[in-house]
Write a protein that binds this ligand. Sequence first.
Ligand code: ZN
Ligand code: ZN
Ligand code: ZN
Ligand code: ZN
Ligand code: ZN
Length: 231
Amino acid sequence: MRRLPFIYIEDDIYEELICSICQEPLQNPILTEKCDHLYCRSCIVAHLELEKSCPLCREPLTMRELRDAPRLITNVLEKLLIQCNTCKTQMRHHLFPAHQSECNFQCPLGCGSIVRVCTLNDHERLCKRRLVSCTARDIKCAWSGMRGDLENHLASCAFEQMRHVIGHYQNQVEALQEKNEFLETTIVEMRVKCESVLEKHEADIKSLTKDVNQVRAQAPKNENTDSCAIL
Ligand SMILES: [Zn+2]
Ligand SMILES: [Zn+2]
Ligand SMILES: [Zn+2]
Ligand SMILES: [Zn+2]
Ligand SMILES: [Zn+2]
């Protein structure tokens, strides 16, 4: 069922002015051309999307057979007494659209301010009873409380008072982290370089050993040419 932003507070509303679909007094009343039945516009439009007949008499019915209700009906409906759901003010129905733009009520957070419905969002942002965190939350102050108490808290907030000291150390830590990262990458680079030099040396030694073995193998094999024997 439709939720209206107001309630009707009259007990004895003519039965003819009640919509048989939503059981509420008619909103934007529509009359069926053939059978003279009245419905709210939104109620009968929604009904015809499902079923092409009049809900009261079951006669076939289409959108083209709907007419605006006579002026007399809308006049009576406009004079019905209603109560705004938000501020509980009572008024005639036709005054409600104008009322909605200036409807106001007590702040739901309990600050005591009277708030207009249209500025509720702005008020909630600035309301002194809104829950906020300390401005030093970035440097780990865990305080949270009502906006109106923030100033008091800040006067004694150790984190905010130490912000310049904490900030100084934070900068130092960041600088050290940067330096550390640089050193780590340098170490990795040097290790890679050492390994490649080592590999090259191993290859050199291998090829030299091979050369020496080859020279040895090609040397003339004469036992008598032994230097010791000559001497
Ligand atoms: Zn209705
Ligand atoms: Zn009908
Ligand atoms: Zn209101
Ligand atoms: Zn407030
Ligand atoms: Zn704080």
